[in-house]
Design a protein around this ligand. Sequence first.
Ligand code: PLP
Length: 405
Amino acid sequence: MTSKEQVEIAYEKYLMPTYAPELTLVRGQGTRVWDAADNVYLDFTTGIAVLNLGHCHPRVVEAIREQAGRLIHVSNLQYNECQAQLAEKLWTISDGYRSFFCNSGAEGNEALIKLARLWGNPRGRYEVISMRNSFHGRTLATLTATGQAKVQAGFEPFPEGFRHADLNDLPSVQALVTDATAAILVEAIQAEGGVVEADAAFMAGLRELCDEQDILLLCDEVQCGMGRCGEWFGFEATGAVPDAFSLAKALGNGFPIGAALAGPRLAETFQPGNHATTFGGTPLACAAACAVVDAITEENLVASARNRGANWKKSLGELSEKYEYVDCVRGRGFLLGLVLSRSAKGLADCLTRKGLLTIPTAGNVLRLLPPLNVSDEDLEEALALIDDALDEWHATADETAQVGD
Ligand SMILES: Cc1ncc(COP(=O)(O)O)c(C=O)c1O
């Protein structure tokens, strides 16, 4: 096997330095991953909300193995049964949305934006209002929709037709609506933005505004969908029903697949020739995603994430009584953020040394993303490690406070 050092040297020499990884991971099983030196970690990053079923879930592994030996790829010039099966499963769990398959979250959101343009242009509408602090991807259109300067910097000029309002501030959205507005795009929980929930009144207000003004409501479910927040889709907890929404990440539990799902208003907007992607909905990707939907359903993981996530959130919340640097816990299900009054990077590094992988987010938030099938014992172990790290970190907080996001 290639050594950790060889991997790092190869990264430095042959890869564009887009990322700054720290660990070399070589193996995963369930909630745990192993590095090149055989150190084991509890993985509460789940590949950034991808592995809702944990590493190498047997059902997903088996589906990929079986399908890989039968038919890996056909183009969308032909039918394939796996795509039909996956679309039917998503129709069922979404209560009637039709799918377009692609390969990533950015592409799912790009498809939503293109749907909005195609629907809106005959009505003289093309603008998309999204929220500050949101994250929608790294393509030019989705980074323009993303409400974060750090994601946009250097990529000017941006495509036209994007405006930004504030989450949970309906008047800020109303102020941007014009005759040119085609859609409002929102995450039910801003995950990259620091685990910030859209409140139910705001979401209801958006739906009402869209109905009154003949505008589309679009939800980005790339991170908060597929059971992560205790419902199949994060918007369900808010009661607002979008006209279309995107999925990716956990849809394939690690096998790349994304989707845009359209309700009745947009179900027939794309017609042959309007939109396409070579790898969208291949038999292999769809077989993996079918296994994911079946496993989440049969293992009852949506309700489990809702209930056990709520209990774990409560336990995490008690840390704010014990440590002055812990402000609160935000989020739902197993998309949780421990909000600190200091940079979260120092705490995350300390936790890595103790064997728990977490993600520092938005500067001062420690994002916690266990798989939905995490055991109660693993949740307890993680809580004890966080308690321990906070205790240690508390003593050295002045040093770690300088460490950036
Ligand atoms: C809410 C949200 N939307 C879109 C994306 C982009 O997805 P991808 O990286 O698969 O393009 C992400 C990625 O983190 C995300 O969290």
